[in-house]
Design a protein around this ligand. Structure first.
Ligand code: AMP
Length: 287
């Protein structure tokens, strides 16, 4: 099957309806394009688990703050199409902003408490934009399953809560972080880094790995781990810490002592480029 491209909601709905008529299950991979191996891992999971795979490519304006990189966000659409073809994607949904947000759009989805912390603290309104566009995509495509990356741990949590709270009939699949060989988590924003920043960007995954080892060796005090993460970033040339957090994986609230499922997360600026990374640990009550 060739990869079709729909730019309107009506065309996307028609293509999905045809697939449904053929009895195929539908998997959706929401992206902002500039596809890399992280995105491809989601597409491959969707391909394995569904008869019909939809990749949305939409740089969603409502999730960017006024001083963020909306205008310069990379949009290599022709290359993205080639990558989707190579992965046997059935449909690319590539609407413009007016298609998704026609004049008079005033309805937004807010996932309170989860949206205000971590990345939400320095990017006010970001997750409101994310939750809104993802619910729009769910309503347009009506997929059986939707594929997200653990790279954006808070986003995955927020989508999970939205699905639960709004009774959205979709199965959420969260796939592991894909990394460069030195450990840097793949991101469309990595291409903003100059050679020096790229070299130093490995500090995020290194610091998280070190904190992880400390937990495996028995450390259970969150403040000790936050201090370690903070110090490692402070010691990295050109790196400015946005946050270092050790939180409960479900509520995203800070922990005092580590217990249950724990998310350790970092956001770091290199010049104008903001990178994030995280790792999840499960602390058994007897350990
Ligand atoms: P984006 O295009 O940045 O909005 O990302 C689209 C999806 O790809 C999101 O669910 C991300 O979490 C996921 N993603 C981005 N980078 C990675 C990565 N390095 N590994 C796994 N998934 C990723």
């Amino acid at each position: 099957m060739p990869t079709n491209i729909a730019t309107t909601i009506a065309d996307a709905r028609r293509a999905v309806a045809e697939a449904r008529q053929r009895g195929l299950s539908v998997g959706l991979v929401p992206t902002m394009g500039a596809l890399h191996a992280g995105h491809l891992s989601l597409i491959r999971a969707a391909r394995q688990e569904n008869g019909f795979v939809v990749v949305s490519i939409f740089v969603n304006p409502t999730q960017f703050g006024p001083s963020e990189d909306l205008a310069r966000y990379p949009r290599p659409f022709a290359e993205d199409v080639d990558k989707c073809r190579a992965e046997s994607v059935d449909l690319i949904f590539h609407p413009d902003a007016a298609e998704m947000y026609p004049d008079g759009h005033v309805t937004f989805v807010e996932v309170h408490s989860l949206q205000e912390v971590l990345c939400g603290a320095s990017r006010p309104g970001h997750f409101r934009g994310v939750a809104t566009v993802v619910l729009q995509l769910f309503n347009i495509v009506q997929p059986d399953a939707a594929y997200f990356g653990q790279k954006d741990a808070q986003q995955a949590r927020i989508i999970a809560r939205m699905i639960r709270d709004l009774h959205v009939p979709v199965r959420l699949r969260v796939m592991p972080i894909v990394r460069e060989s030195d450990g840097l988590a793949l991101s469309s924003r990595n291409q903003y880094l100059d050679a020096e920043q790229r070299k130093n960007a490995v500090a995020l995954s290194r610091a998280l790995q070190e904190a992880r080892r400390r937990v495996e060796q028995g450390e259970r005090t969150a403040a000790v781990l936050v201090k370690l993460l903070t110090e490692r970033i402070a010691a990295t040339p050109g790196a400015v810490l946005d946050y270092a957090a050790v939180v409960d994986e479900a509520t995203l609230q800070p922990l005092t002592r580590l217990a249950g499922k724990v998310l350790m997360a970092l956001a770091v600026r290199y010049g104008a480029t903001r990178l994030i990374d995280n790792t999840v640990l499960e602390i058994r009550s007897d350990s």
